[in-house]
Design a protein around this ligand. Structure first.
Ligand code: NAP
Length: 475
């Protein structure tokens, strides 16, 4: 193995020449040329004895395979069973045996580091070297570094919590002529694709793996350009994630890339400055109480009504923004059409909690611009009285506009609540959602927690409302 001819080496038949490294070659038996080797590797023969399975190899295990009839060698973190290659090695069996059962990377590099051994020994790949366990960090916040003897293949690790040390994932990478494969060992059973978030722009690669409340991040400025499409393979039961990148130029990469700031860190998700996207429906600064100025739209401001959840990832970060901080805002999304309201006679709005937000502009539009509407009714579900958003404005609006009616329904009211109590149900909807005339055109809009919206849609269907008459707002 250690004297494999380089790619530019003359034809396999001229094996008696000296190798570029200056080492003498040995005569090979007939039928043991490079072409013969290639033919053998393509024959489908099980070259590793593992029936195509890849395993993690400990140093102890590697050391056991140190005989001519059972010889494993490690190169750049990957272990090959070179036993079948022995007789094909132009430098002879003894040369190859110098690295038997050990890490032969240095020896290999001294002789011919330019040789494309990954391709030559592809079928002999046994697996990768197992990562050594890291010593437990003494302090809660610490950075442990581990440098192994495998030619820098194993990265340094940042362990940010003593409690999470056993879970700390690790990564490794290898390459073929055309592919770069990054392997992440998450040490998490039941890994699945939803827990892997990949982002790639130009040469910058960001891969986040969610492990319970923690997040493991790979963030690298890649050594060379890669194609846009990448693949992810997940071995769910062992928690192994493979990210496969396609090289743009089939060059040999010396390193995976330059690590970026948060590269190879494992920390609580809430501590990570990660990108989170949330849809919100813009509202108005107030309800249309003053009809002299029906339009409170201005093109310079967007008003959002956002509930800050005490354990929320996004809303907590939002709540801590300072004046001058920036957030990105996407283009608008959604399928609601104003024409649905313009042709209606009865408008029913079923809102739960912050599901009230899409109703704000709808109310404004309906009451100020749609003259054919006879009734507009908001049925507003909340837990407690304190949770009712804009209660005062809504009550004032009901006093001002005869067409508008408001009904508050609380699921967890205090004892002194005299209003309606309950959760969304068929009987409650049949009580409050009624056509003003037998055949009047009706539109029912519904928004709230997903189960609330789904149940509401089902109840309305059961009550005989058609799909066109019901518009659920779903995020
Ligand atoms: P919340 O205070 O937790 O709940 C509001 C009301 O909804 C309460 O009466 C609550 O009753 C009821 N409710 C909650 N879960 C329910 C369920 N599974 N079945 C029946 N009723 C249920 O609401 P919130 O914290 O403001 O959350 C509002 C939700 O609306 C969020 O999930 C938000 O994402 C969503 N939203 C969606 C849009 C959109 O455009 N798609 C816009 C705004 C808001 P209980 O006391 O029984 O829980």
């Amino acid at each position: 193995m250690l004297n494999v001819p380089p790619q530019a080496f003359p034809a396999p038949s001229s094996q008696q020449r000296a190798a570029a490294g200056g080492r003498a070659k040995v005569p090979l038996k007939p039928g043991r040329s490079l072409m013969d080797w290639i033919r053998l590797t393509k024959s489908g023969k099980d070259m590793t004895g593992l029936k195509g399975r890849l395993i993690e190899v400990t140093e102890d295990e590697l050391a056991k395979h140190n005989k001519k009839e059972d010889c494993w060698i490690c190169i750049r973190g990957f272990v090959y069973n070179v036993t079948p290659y022995m007789e094909y090695h132009p430098g002879g069996e003894d040369e190859l045996m110098k690295a038997a059962g050990t890490d032969g990377t240095d020896l290999f590099d001294q002789v011919h580091r330019w040789v494309n051994y990954e391709s030559m020994l592809k079928e002999c790949l046994v697996g990768r070297m197992a990562v050594k366990p890291i010593a437990a960090p003494k302090e809660i916040t610490s950075v442990c570094e581990e440098k192994k003897q495998l030619n820098g293949m194993l990265p340094e690790k940042k362990v940010l919590s003593g409690a999470s040390k056993d879970l700390t994932p690790s990564y490794d990478w290898f390459q073929t002529d055309s592919l770069i494969t990054i392997v992440i060992y998450t040490k998490q059973k039941d890994m699945n694709a939803e827990l892997v978030i990949l982002d790639h722009e130009d040469k910058r690669l960001r891969g986040e793996i969610i492990v319970d409340d923690y997040s493991y991040l790979l963030e690298v400025d890649l050594d060379h350009a890669v194609e846009e499409d990448m693949a992810v393979n997940i071995a769910e039961k062992v928690g192994k994630v493979e990210i496969i990148l396609k090289k743009k130029d089939n060059v040999h990469w010396k390193i995976l890339g330059q690590p970026l700031e948060s590269h190879n860190t494992f920390m609580k998700r809430t501590d990570r400055g990660t990108e989170v996207v949330k849809p919100y429906t813009p509202v108005l600064p107030f309800l249309p109480l003053d009809f002299k100025e029906p339009s409170c739209h201005d093109s310079a401001h967007i008003y959002l009504m956002i509930k800050i959840y005490s354990c929320g990832l996004f809303t907590q970060a939002l709540d801590h923004l300072q004046i001058g901080d920036c957030i990105s805002v996407s283009n608008p999304e959604g399928s609601f059409k104003k024409s649905q309201v313009q042709t209606s006679e009865d408008l029913f709005l079923l809102a739960a909690g912050t599901g009230f937000t899409p109703m704000v502009k709808l109310l404004n539009f309906a009451l100020t611009e749609v003259s054919c509407l006879r009734t507009v009714k908001l049925i507003f579900f909340n837990r407690t009285e304190d949770d009712i958003l804009w209660r005062n404005q809504l009550e004032q609006l009901a006093l001002k506009d005869q067409r508008f009616e408001i009904q508050f329904i609380l699921s967890q009211p205090k004892k002194d609540w005299v209003g309606k109590q309950g959760m969304i149900s068929s009987s409650l909807l049949s009580e409050f959602v009624k056509r003003s005339r037998k055949d009047s055109k009706v539109l029912i809009c519904i928004c709230g927690p997903t189960p609330f919206t789904e149940q509401g849609v089902q109840y309305l269907k059961d009550l005989g409302y058609s799909q066109e008459e019901v518009h659920p707002f779903t995020a």
